[in-house]
Design a protein around this ligand. Sequence first.
Ligand SMILES: COCCOc1ccc2cc1OCC(=O)N(C)CCCNCc1c[nH]c3ncnc(c13)N2
Length: 275
Amino acid sequence: DDGKGGARRWTLNDFEIGRPLGKGKFGNVYLAREKKSRYIIALKVLFKKELQRANVEHQLRREIEIQTHLRHRNILRMFGYFHDESRVYLILEYAPGGELYKLLTSQPHKHFTEEASANYIHQLASALSYCHSKNVLHRDIKPENILVGTDGEIKIGDFGWSVHAPSSKRETVCGTLDYLPPEMVEGRAHDKTADIWSIGILLYEFLVGRPPFETQSYNSTYDKIMRCEYTFPEHVSSGARDLIIRILKKDPRARLPLDEIIVHPWVAQHVPQEK
Ligand SMILES: COCCOc1ccc2cc1OCC(=O)N(C)CCCNCc1c[nH]c3ncnc(c13)N2
């Protein structure tokens, strides 16, 4: 053991496995406790066969490399990993609040208050600003990948698609288009401004309860994203509309930069500034 805890050789024997926290694409996440320290963690178990079948081992290596080096209160820590003959295990910070989208759908009106939304966006923008300062893009920011820690702070979790900037990686866009900016929908080159777009989508979804371009079909969502066409329900305040309009610009260079999102008047009025 190198005493740093990060580089030591962990094995499954070092942990007591608790209840499942959720089922993912390539494996499940379990509550677990490291036996010696009694430290509670989340253990994500991935099956090597599944990873090989989907040809994502390189992506997982990149994700482990990235996430083990990121340190930010709003980014889910990855303390380390190990593997046996059939599985890869990720040792992760445990987020007791679970998935943010479950919190969103359990709200009485299916959307967060303006105060909660402003605090979440402030935390997301500072986490992304930190990632961008390390030249890391996230590229897959959606409520399913955001977890809730103790006393309600949020943690960006799944880094399944993060890459180093700039990138024109044309990974097959599986799943929803809702969070992708026009340049990624068209598979063109994208950079850090793609993450800024998805923060605008998330802010709209926190306030309204659904993403702005959601429709019944892939094609009509595609068209609305390309036309940047969306409307606000009347309960959304003018301050929140102003911020969203300044973020959801089709031209990536016109989008409000992260450090201006953090100090936007609508955010500042809801977030205690000493953070
Ligand atoms: C390649 O993988 C990279 C890391 O991906 C993840 C890290 C941590 C995760 C989930 C991750 O991916 C998504 C996923 O597997 N699910 C959808 C399963 C259930 C969601 N989590 C439930 C959950 C509740 N309290 C938690 N505290 C910490 N981590 C959690 C959770 N989940």
